[in-house]
Design a protein around this ligand. Sequence first.
Ligand code: ADP
Ligand code: MG
Length: 611
Amino acid sequence: MTQNPPEPGTKGVRPRPLGVRRAAFRDLNRLLQRVGKPAWATPVLIALGLASSFAETIGITLIVLFLYAATGHSADNGGLMGMVVGRAAHIFGSTGNLAWLILAMIVARGALTMLYNRISTNIAAEISERTRNLVHEQYLKVGYSFIQNHTQANLIEVLASESWEISAAYTSFTRLVINACSIAVFTLFLTLLSWKIMLVAFAGSALISMATRLFTGRARALGTKVKATHEYLGAQMLMTIQGMRTIRAYGQEEGRQVAFSETSLEAREVTNALARLSAWIGPLTEVGYLGILCVIIAGSNWWHTSFTLTLGAVALLYRLQPHTRELEDNLMRFAQNEPQLHSVRMMLETDDKEYPPDGTIAFSRINSGISFRNVEFRYDKANSNVLSDLSFDIPAGVTTALIGASGAGKTTIVNLLLRLYEPVGGEISVDGVRLSDIRRADWVRQLGLAGQDTELVGGTVMENIRMADPCCEESTAIAAAKIAGVAPFVESLPKGYETWIGPEGLHFSGGQRQRIGLARAILRDSNLLILDEAMSALDRGLEDRVKHEIDSRLASRTTLIITHRLETVQDVQHVVWIEDGRVRAEGPPAWVLPQAIMELAPSDARAPTQI
Ligand SMILES: Nc1ncnc2c1ncn2[C@@H]1O[C@H](COP(=O)(O)OP(=O)(O)O)[C@@H](O)[C@H]1O
Ligand SMILES: [Mg+2]
């Protein structure tokens, strides 16, 4: 179900003669289909590229004609082209006319190239944007376990950097097609000029190409290494930034710096290696082509080709060289991008992933209650059950306390209620309707959640509270903040509710973070309020006050309270005691709590806020 994407071409994919694997083109094709780039883009780009190549080739051929006309030739012994040249020179009449035509061709080529670049840049940027958005959307929609099974570094790398590579791969691909077509056009003109020169050029180009092919395989291997190194570097950065406090507390700065520098050095080396590899392509093709030109010039006497014809062929070949060089370059770039193409494609693939089911039944409020019946759950197929044969009720309109030792499965029950995961067996129902059949958006709209490790997001205090209701009035959010006890510590800050807090809620204590989380849950004004150890870091006085406020404001709400402090749930209406993923006891507090206190309280007393 949820595997890290395998490295491309590890099995069953054979290297292609051009050095790029067919799987890479398949990946690109699938991605472009998924991304939905405009259908006209590829044909238009290729047509423009080709038209510009034609303009260039015709321009160069015209220069040859110009030379003919200028030197007073009318025909030559250079094969078919010689005849064409003779006739064309006759048609154009004057060298002045030829010069104008050459100029027109050069201007046309410039204009076409400019148009190509504009369209190509726009399309590439659009592909990048759409890929990014799709990856982002995938993260938000895919089953939560998929996200849990990937490292943060991997998720960030795919979203932040690899999604850009798709447009680079697309640009390389269109350029590849244009390069190949341009080479074909040049080859055609060269053949018309002199098939002997063409044969020499062809043999020489094949040799150069074979030599550069040696580099493409290495480029792909390096591309895979770049991907792995970047991901590892990302992981190192996250570890330092997220673990700053612990690192300093344990004096691990030096160790961290060494570990980071080592990865950083690896990244430098692998990037350098790629640059060195690319640097070979240019000189190799240039020297190779110079060699071909020398052979052609040396052989022109032997083949009895005229000076003008040889010069024309050399001019064509000289212009052909950048195209071959670019072809080799693009092949190598494409090979480098193979791992990223594969990884983004795997990330966007939908068939191999599970998505939370979205029910169809409308839902507005809980009337009779929620029931768990023989629910089984495990986080991973390979792992054993976290919840087994779990059956209990959460009656509507009252407060139910979920108690149990750390690791018993209480937060897992909350995760199922949040529909982050689906049970693997049994059924959760709300008023007799299967939870998974209820429209997801309707259900979550009725939920309010505050947890032990309140998940604060990067943003201001106000933005964090407003996560519960982004459209609410500021005064409403502040009222919720007051109930949760946020006001005293936030209002004294220089920027008040506009103070920036990171995901770790820097500058705030555990209790203060929990209060922001509670304000969020209160603002939600939900039908089902879930407090998962949400007050574990609050002192008893504040906890009582917040509970009292919640009770008085939301008398008819269904509340699920999960706590370690058994003494704080004496006044709830219903208690469910979870032990190793099963129900140990369920009923009124007077019946469940005495036994639970005997078994659970001793550890509680030692560490009242620990879970
Ligand atoms: N995302 C997860 N992947 C795998 N196992 C998990 C995950 N979350 C919790 N668990 C495991 O499930 C069990 C129950 O955890 P949890 O529901 O958080 O317990 P509680 O909230 O009662 O302390 C524990 O053994 C825990 O290690
Ligand atoms: Mg928990």
